[in-house]
Design a protein around this ligand. Structure first.
Ligand code: 5RP
Length: 240
């Protein structure tokens, strides 16, 4: 089964968790897109939900599928958010932001009672950091911010190339919030909590792609079936 098939399997399991009347956060990326498509089918069949999107891309997708959208200002408390991840470890700590939506994803996740992460098995890792950690930074003072990120990360034992994310035509990638993204090639992050804490001292850093203590349930599609991992309860349920 391909990674794309596994993403769909995870999204299929996730969409079963949606109940009528729920207020949902919609993530960004290819796995979240599969979820939006499946949710759209349920909406077409009569399900009533209100959703807040984490990016303009997801907003457009949801609109096209006939899903009712709201904003976090109108609907500041959400029941569940469904999103993907770039990496997820055994403690359900994650790296997110591959699609450049990490800030809105984190804001929406923090406004949700439960955060459900859907992923194919390639996203499960022993240590976070092989995926280049995205860090959203303001455009002003970019060089100074990059230097501080490098210095404080190094104090946390994280070294490696830190580069500005570029688009296909070599222009700086600009997020939906008008910011830049630094990609940190640390290889392995020994202490994600310490690194996350360090980033908070840097005024130019808006948010990092470290999502710690945020995931409530991870739905991982593997070649042996779909597995659910619940935070802090080590639940491992096979759903074939
Ligand atoms: C976007 C994200 C995505 O959830 C992450 O990049 C996973 O993407 P995909 O589902 O396409 O593998 O964090 O900012």
């Amino acid at each position: 089964m391909s990674a794309e098939d596994q993403k769909r399997q995870a999204a299929m399991r996730a969409v079963e968790m949606v109940e009528p009347g729920m207020r949902l956060g919609l993530g960004t990326g290819s796995t979240a897109s599969q979820f939006v498509a499946l949710l759209g089918e349920r909406v077409k069949a009569g399900l009533s939900v209100i959703c807040v999107a984490t990016s303009t891309a997801t907003e457009q997708l949801a609109e096209a599928r006939g899903i009712t959208l709201s904003t976090l200002d109108e609907t500041p408390e959400l029941d569940m958010t469904f999103d993907g991840a770039d990496e997820i470890d055994g403690e359900l700590r994650m790296i997110k932001g591959g699609g450049g939506a990490l800030l809105r994803e984190k804001i929406v996740a923090m406004a949700s009672d439960r955060v459900i992460i859907m992923a194919d098995e390639s996203k499960m890792v022993e240590n976070l950091g092989r995926f280049k950690l995205p860090v959203e930074v303001v455009q002003f003072g970019l060089r100074a911010t990059l230097d501080m990120v490098e210095a404080l990360a190094s104090d946390c034992g994280c070294t490696g190339e830190i580069a500005l994310r570029k688009t296909a035509d070599r222009q700086p990638f600009v997020t939906d919030n008008g910011n830049y993204i630094l990609e940190c090639d640390f290889g392995s992050i020994g202490d994600p909590d310490e690194l996350d804490e360090a980033f908070r001292f840097i005024p130019g850093v808006v948010e990092s792609g470290l999502f710690l203590d945020i995931c409530d349930v991870a739905i991982i599609a593997t070649k042996d079936g779909v597995k659910l991992f619940e935070a802090r309860r080590d639940l491992d349920e096979d759903v074939d």
